[in-house]
Design a protein around this ligand. Sequence first.
Ligand code: MN3
Length: 206
Amino acid sequence: MTYQLPSLPYAYDALEPHIDARTLEIHHDKHHATYLTNLNKALESAPDLQAKPAEDLLKDLNAVPESIRLAVRNSGGGFVNHNFYWESMASNAGGEPPAGSPVAAAIQKAFGDFSVFKEKFSTATVARFGSGWGWLSLDKQGQLIIHSTANQDSPLTEGLMPLLTCDVWEHAYYLKYQNRRADYVTAWWSVVNWKKVAERYAAAQK
Ligand code: MN3
């Protein structure tokens, strides 16, 4: 069994005008698809690993043979991170977490005001040098943290539980925003799927 490319959970133009249809189409159909192809190729030599959820490979990269470990880290990370990114967004979304939800309370407790959280997340994400991702995750103690990863590295590899992500590879924004990464991140807040983040947070509490 090889891994399959999930369909986008919405139409290409669903995140307009914040994320344009052309960018979303190329990002999903070409970039995401290539990570998947390369992950499946890498695992041809380790068919027993294909039975595991791809997330599990990233949680324990040491269990992956050394000859394909870097390929799994990069292409497996690219596959899993993009699945997570698509679901972190939705049309008619953005705003703040559902009022009274546990995740809203946790953000307030960890960062103070929601606007402070937003500013810290944006700063950390925009500042990621080169290509990578901005994250809101739970650490091993169950505390909310804002961090970023390089390339296609996954928080799962660091023992963290991701709740929300923003892709800041240039392919995520260059057609519409060119070099203006900060403008893309500002626009991205308008499509954050807080309902999904709340679900992930609730699932992590069990
Ligand atoms: Mn990407």
